[in-house]
Ligand binder design. Structure first.
Ligand code: GDP
Ligand code: MG
Length: 440
């Protein structure tokens, strides 16, 4: 997915202006890339529509660099879908706070139970009790007991022959008596969602009244994970999702799908088999990963100030050849405005300080630049390319068209001539400074 998207955006970046057709084309690629990453079709469809709604006609078309603008829109939308803030387990309730772990067999419930117990014990200094309600697999209770021993977190003593609901009750009683802050209830899973599993889990929920119901899902199961999430969410009051095996999911697509389908926050992610391989979920990071561009956010934030390097390089070449017409001047003034006016330009391009005298003489300030652009825009393409054509009658027409005086037109032409001469001279010398200035 990463390579794929990078490729798309390279293509966009190299294109000059981005049309509506371009947006659609790009989104078709985004769509395909997401599908290849195993994100469910309905999720992809909804996501792409969301991006399209934001992208078409607005930011993209008037952007400095269309490719970056599209990246930003896709990125922002990803973050919005994934949830804009990192979420953690909510313990704000009367202790012992019950937390119910649910999910399919093998999704990582028992491992995650131990990871959370470790985290709450060590970081938040909570007194935690773990209890296995998995009566189906004889080894399951033993697995949790061993983990508890390793982590020095108490587990509810195993009593043979009790039902899951009975164990849940016993766990709550024990926690109350023992003064525990948190009770982690690890449940049994099946290989598929079935009625027996759902009704048993619902019964446990009714008895334990958990403050959090954490659905544990394997990031690697793709479409299945989404179906599982939906089935659990319909029957239980799921409060959050823990995505496991994220260490094996380079694409991050599962997080997007999970979040979009259930609307539930992803609270934690499992990144390995060890008990400390548990991390908070950062939407920004996952969004970056899905897009495959690590520095995407900073890149995009700079986009507004970006000058189009390719255009600039072309212009520098023209200038060195002495071909600096009014179109070039206009383009340059517009670049200046994008860069934050004269102040911004001076700050960013030390070389331009050498031109300061001419610029001051010509009376270029930020307001003047806007007026001068208006004058140039009132000229025909021929006039812009060949300023020599501009005799009195044409000047009058242009002044009227831009709401200025003929004197203003003359002033602009004089400035242009001076700049063109100076650039020609510098271009002959070597063009080093021009290279710095406009070639980047
Ligand atoms: P349960 O049936 O839902 O209780 O699943 P388990 O907790 O027993 O985990 C099943 C397997 O997945 C075990 O071998 C775990 O070590 C492994 N596992 C769990 N979480 C992760 C994870 O985040 N990353 C990796 N790589 N393996 C995990
Ligand atoms: Mg288990």
């Amino acid at each position: 997915l990463s390579d794929r998207l990078s490729g798309i955006f390279d293509g966009l970046t190299k294109r000059g202006a981005l049309s509506e057709k371009d947006v659609n084309e790009a989104l078709r690629e985004v769509r395909r890339a997401l599908l290849e990453a195993d994100v469910a079709l309905e999720v992809v469809r909804a996501f792409v529509e969301q991006v399209r709604a934001r992208a078409v006609g607005v930011e993209v078309l008037k952007s400095v660099s269309p490719g970056q603008q599209v990246i930003k829109i896709v990125h922002d939308e990803l973050v919005a879908v994934l949830g804009s803030d990192a979420q953690t387990i909510d313990l704000a309730s009367v202790p012992p706070v019950p937390i119910l772990m649910v999910g399919l067999q093998g999704s990582g419930k028992t491992t995650t139970t131990a990871k959370i117990a470790k985290r709450l014990t060590e970081r938040e200094k909570k007194k935690v009790l773990m209890a296995s309600l998995d009566t189906r697999r004889p080894a399951a209770m033993e697995q949790l007991r061993v983990l508890g021993e390793q982590l020095e977190v108490p587990t509810l003593p195993i009593v043979e022959g009790q039902s899951a609901v009975q164990i849940a009750r016993r766990a709550m009683d024990a926690a109350r008596l023992g003064g525990h802050d948190v009770v982690l209830l690890d449940t049994a899973g099946r290989t598929t969602v079935d009625e027996a599993l759902m009704s048993e889990t619902a019964e446990i929920e009714a008895v334990a009244k958990p403050h959090e119901v954490l659905l544990v899902v394997d990031a690697l199961t793709g479409q299945d994970a989404v179906n599982t999430a939906r089935a659990f969410d319909e029957r239980l009051d799921v409060t959050g999702i823990v995505l496991t095996r994220v260490d094996g999911d380079g694409r991050g697509g599962a997080a997007l799908a999970m979040r979009a389908v259930t609307g539930k926050p992803i609270k934690l992610i499992g990144t390995g088999e060890k008990t400390d391989a548990l991390e908070e979920f950062h939407p920004q990071r996952i969004a970056g990963r899905i897009l495959g561009q690590g520095d995407i956010v900073s890149l995009v934030e700079k986009a507004a100030q970006d000058i189009d390097q390719e255009k600039a390089a072309k212009m520098a070449k023209r200038m060195q050849k002495g071909a600096f017409d009014l179109n070039d001047l206009k383009e340059q003034m517009q670049q200046m405005q994008k860069l934050g006016g004269m102040g911004g330009l001076m700050g960013m391009m030390p070389g331009i300080g050498k031109m300061k005298k001419q610029i001051d003489q010509a009376g270029i300030d930020d307001k003047a630049i806007t007026r001068q652009i208006a004058i140039i825009q009132s000229m025909t393409p021929k006039e812009r390319a060949k300023p020599d054509l501009l005799k009195a009658s044409r000047k009058k027409r242009i002044a009227a068209g831009s709401g200025m005086q003929v004197a203003d037109v003359n002033k602009l032409l004089k400035m242009h001539r001076q700049m063109a001469d100076m650039m020609k001279a510098m271009g002959k010398k070597k063009g080093g400074m021009l290279g710095n200035l406009f070639g980047g």
